[in-house]
Design a protein around this ligand. Structure first.
Ligand SMILES: [Zn+2]
Length: 509
């Protein structure tokens, strides 16, 4: 705006000596040129204006506070999640965005937590802190049974206990979680635990919390939408150790009851806002984050902060009057925690449009420093991203990684061949609160999230404005090769997604 005003204000001065008519004519001609020049300068200036706005004070954290404190934890299918959906749609409308839609999708096997209680009854009586594991069945009546220490729950440990497991409550030890690899290891042992449960039939499984000082979190025991066969809960780290020490000396009995709300199918919704492109409105750049969360905390780092980021990015483009060449879609998905069900539903719903998706950018790792992007196997994305990020050079966001990510909302775009990026945000501050009681508003790193906003804004601008698309849509054969090259096929097998992809149920072509 400053450039426009200064260009226009110089015109009368430059022509003050001519006749009145020629002054008027010159001013009219020059005004046209000046306006064109101003428009051009404004377009060139868009990344700087977006970055400057992002670094300043914006409503991002007020929005987040409303979402986390006012609505709270919001598992998909819950009343809180429905409130969050309505809240987000209204946010986009209040910004002034004309195209806001709420798009339903149907998911199978609802799982919502109701109550989970446990206590040691012998040799000492004390209450035990537990949190039901998502996809755990309810107990039909309270279970009281002998506790068996099954070590780390390996197949060998179960085999050693043998027939004694049947009808017992088994305690599984866990190492303390320090890294992302530890977190993945906790997920990847699920398959072996569920297989052992089917084979040896314990009455219940208690999985030791990987976080000390009593902290509990939601750990989905099933990696697909199938329910587990045995009631399973995370038990506080210290209670698990006490029970294990008691069990070394003699018989320990534990009482346990878990109640969950389940349904064979349920509906949820994604919230989509759109700023139509000025020249190629049919071509789409999508920026997304999931709006749903687990319920023990209030879903601030996972992923309210990035849902609020997506809302504030829409506000930035709208309020600054920046309309890029392509359409930008701002997507808030639900069902992410249940296996990216919202983005899966979105991709299926928009399958005939996927050729026109220029790029998809997802944020889902809290508010730690953004150091770059996962390229998800697409090396050709590195150059255009770096060109875009030149506008925020000082923010050090160009350490991109070629790895493919399975586990957030880029996934169904990836297996459908759409160029996709996931922000790499420093996981160290994020990990201890992951799905935990402690994932609350106060955990958010405001300074880093504002830097992420600047990075996201200039990247979106560039992806939506550049005459060339950043990369083409891959063919099915190219996607298959990418999955093997990035070893994503192995993760997909662990998550029960490989068959869905092979059969064409998931991965739209
Ligand atoms: Zn998440």
């Amino acid at each position: 705006m400053i450039r426009t005003a200064s260009v226009l204000s110089r015109i009368p001065l430059a022509h003050a000596r001519g006749s009145e008519a020629s002054i008027v004519g010159a001013v009219a001609r020059l005004s046209t040129i000046a306006l064109l020049l101003a428009a051009c300068l404004l377009a060139q200036d868009a990344p700087n204006r977006l970055a400057a706005r992002a670094k300043g004070d914006t409503p991002l954290f007020t929005d987040l506070r409303e979402l986390c404190d006012g609505i709270g934890g919001r598992p998909t299918g819950s009343a809180a999640c429905d409130r969050a959906i309505a809240w987000a749609a209204k946010k986009f409308q209040d910004i002034g965005i004309k195209n806001v839609s709420v798009e339903p999708f149907t998911a199978k096997n609802m799982w919502l937590p109701l109550t989970a209680e446990a206590a040691a009854t012998s040799p000492a009586k004390f209450n035990i802190r537990i949190a039901a594991a998502p996809m755990s069945p309810s107990t039909t009546a309270p279970i009281e049974a002998k506790l068996l220490d099954a070590g780390e729950g390996t197949p060998a440990a179960f085999a050693k206990l043998g027939a004694a497991v049947k009808g017992a409550i088994v305690l599984i030890h866990s190492a303390e979680m320090k890294t992302f690899d530890d977190l993945f290891a906790e997920y990847f042992r699920n398959g072996a635990l569920l297989a052992a449960a089917r084979k040896y039939q314990p009455a219940a499984m208690l999985l030791q919390s990987t976080r000390p000082r009593g902290l509990l979190y939601r750990h989905p025991i099933s990696l697909s939408t199938d329910y587990a066969s045995v009631p399973t809960a995370v038990i506080s780290r210290e209670h698990a150790e006490r029970l294990a020490r008691l069990a070394e000396k003699g018989d320990v009995r534990v009482r346990l009851s878990i109640a969950n709300k389940t349904a064979p199918t349920y509906q949820s919704k994604n919230v989509i806002a759109e700023i139509r492109g000025r020249e190629k409105p049919d071509e789409i750049v999508l920026v997304g984050a999931h709006l749903d969360s687990w319920d023990l905390g209030t879903g601030a780092e996972d992923n309210g902060v990035n849902a609020s980021l997506v809302i504030d990015l829409a506000r930035a483009f709208h309020d600054l009057g920046i309309v890029p060449r392509r359409t930008i879609r701002f997507a808030l998905f639900t069902g992410e925690e249940q296996g990216m069900l919202g983005s899966e539903g979105y991709v299926a719903r928009h399958k005939n449009e996927l050729d026109r998706f220029a790029a998809v950018v997802i944020f889902d790792t809290g508010s730690g420093h953004t150091s770059g992007f996962y390229l998800n196997g697409r090396e050709e994305l590195r150059k255009p991203i770096n060109a875009a990020l030149a506008a925020v050079e000082g923010l050090n966001a160009t350490e991109h990684v070629i790895d493919g990510i399975d586990g957030t909302d880029n996934f169904d775009f990836l297996i459908s061949g759409v160029p996709n990026l996931v922000g790499i945000q420093d996981p160290i501050p994020y990990l201890p609160d992951y799905h935990a009681e402690s994932d609350t508003f106060d955990r958010v790193n405001r300074k880093e999230e504002k830097a992420t906003e600047a990075v996201a804004a200039v990247l979106l601008w560039s992806l939506a404005e550049n005459p060339e698309r950043p990369a083409k849509r891959q063919t099915r054969a190219e996607v298959e090769k990418l999955l093997l090259d990035t070893k994503l096929d192995q993760q997909m097998q662990a998550f029960g997604q490989w068959e869905e992809f092979k059969s064409g149920k998931r991965g739209q072509f």
